[in-house]
Design a protein around this ligand. Structure first.
Ligand code: SAH
Ligand code: TMP
Ligand code: ZN
Length: 400
């Protein structure tokens, strides 16, 4: 099967298949099991523009709606991260109008709201958008694209800064997004966005970053290619620890800003890592298969020895691990998660019960499989009382 690259139209074909996968944030009740939606999750690398991308993605309305299960503010470390992000933008650009694409529960924009800075959030998932309104955030509950950008310019004028975190990689029609950004941004304005970084995914074999919502896996090179197509350029690339390794890109109209030296350094690093070579993705596929084998071996061994395993945090990422490795309730008793909307439901695809965090602290299991590995620091700080063992799988499968 082949298709055209979403960025450059080159013919691409998958280098890895994860088989049928469910909606990763689609936690469900037993009466919904028989009608559960699955899509074929295959991933391709484009040798022309270097963008890594899903071959198919479910319709956006299946993923983002008024019952969206991911609330950004469930992590206190992420709350601090976005407060810092907001403060840095205020200091560096002193914007008079800021737009955030995918503002979720207001985790970042509320800091602009608190300072009385003119702002607008764009958040199609109505439940999380409503939550942000409780924090004083001005938000429009629609999907960002070129036509919405025109509406916003008409009503509010152009923005100094357009911000976005963990959203750009969710939107298949990035050409419409960039065309919209061109219109919405003041000529000398900046677009600052961050997303999980393909370099980290390769280095850590963190294939659980691959799930329905993530249409793309960005590298600096692929972003530069995309920006260029729209008369823009990357003026900064700054790595972040969030989501297991992200990159924050600053993009501006060509020639309007100085390029930070980091851009060239990261371009060189990507070249050194052979991120533009198909063989790199072939090697990644082999690493993924090995990781699955090792994880299944560890889990079955624990069960054979009479241990019991609880999953820690029903992350969207865990949907890929459980479905690809076929880890079900026979191996994991339940998954604990602090998000009320997930509790009492079952995990997508493998239907592992999701329970409240109290169930974990109430009766500690012999082993806990750390699905929220990207929040390791925050979790270890609060789980000093857990006497069982942790099972981790990034960057390698290990029992700690
Ligand atoms: N920025 C937050 C939320 C990331 S989750 C954070 O980093 O924690 C992704 C969010 O993008 C969801 O809230 C989803 O509803 C939103 N989203 C998806 N498609 C979008 C689009 N086309 N325009 C704006 N937001 C979108
Ligand atoms: P994320 O990996 O996409 O940020 O998702 C985080 C999920 O993990 C979310 O459902 C909340 C949950 N979680 C916990 O249950 N306990 C925790 O301590 C943390 C940090 C997150
Ligand atoms: Zn391409």
């Amino acid at each position: 099967m082949t298709k055209n690259c979403l960025i450059c139209s080159h013919n691409i074909e998958p280098f890895i298949s994860f088989g049928p996968q469910p909606i990763a944030n689609g936690f469900l009740l037993p009466d919904q099991f028989k009608n559960e939606y699955f899509f074929q999750m295959d991933v391709a690398f484009c040798p022309k523009c270097t963008m890594v991308q899903l071959m198919d993605q479910p319709d956006r309305e299946k993923m983002f709606h008024s019952n969206y299960a991911f609330y950004s503010s469930t992590s206190s470390h992420m709350a601090k991260h976005f407060e810092k992000f907001a403060n840095e933008v205020m200091m560096k650009y002193q914007p008079s109008f800021v737009v955030e694409i995918g503002s979720n529960d207001g985790i970042m924009l509320k800091h602009f709201a608190n300072k009385g800075i003119k702002h607008l959030g764009i958040e199609p998932s109505a439940n999380v958008a409503d939550e942000s309104r409780l924090h004083g955030v001005n938000v429009v509950s629609r999907f960002f694209d070129e036509s919405l950008a025109e509406d916003i310019v008409g009503e509010y004028g152009q923005a100094d800064c357009i911000l976005s975190a963990n959203v750009m990689a969710h939107i298949p029609d990035l050409h419409s997004v960039f065309a919209g950004i061109k219109k919405l941004l003041k000529p000398g304005g900046v677009l600052i966005f961050e997303d999980p970084y393909m370099g980290d995914i390769l280095e850590k074999t963190s294939y659980d970053q691959i799930y329905d919502e993530h249409a793309f896996f960005f590298s600096l090179n692929s972003i530069e290619y995309l920006a260029k197509q729209h008369g823009m350029e990357t003026i900064d690339a700054y790595p972040q620890e969030t989501h297991g390794g992200s990159m924050r890109y600053t993009v501006a109209n060509r020639g309007t800003h100085l390029k930070n030296d980091r851009v060239r350094a990261w371009m060189e690093k990507e070249e050194y890592m052979d991120m533009d070579k198909p063989a790199t993705y072939e090697k990644f596929r082999q690493n993924v298969e090995k990781s699955r084998e090792n994880l299944l071996q560890v889990l079955t061994e624990i069960k054979r020895n009479g241990g019991n395993i609880v999953g820690y945090a029903a992350t969207a990422k865990s949907a890929t691990i459980t479905n690809y490795c076929e880890i079900g309730p026979d191996l994991i008793d339940f998954i604990c998660d602090t998000t009320p909307i997930k509790q009492g439901k079952f995990s997508p695809g493998m239907h592992i019960p999701v329970k409240s965090y109290a169930e974990f602290t109430g009766k500690h299991p012999s082993h806990s499989l750390l699905f929220a590995w990207n929040h390791t620091k925050e979790i270890m700080e609060k789980e000093t009382g857990f006497k069982g063992k942790w099972i981790v799988y990034v960057p390698e499968v290990k029992v700690l």
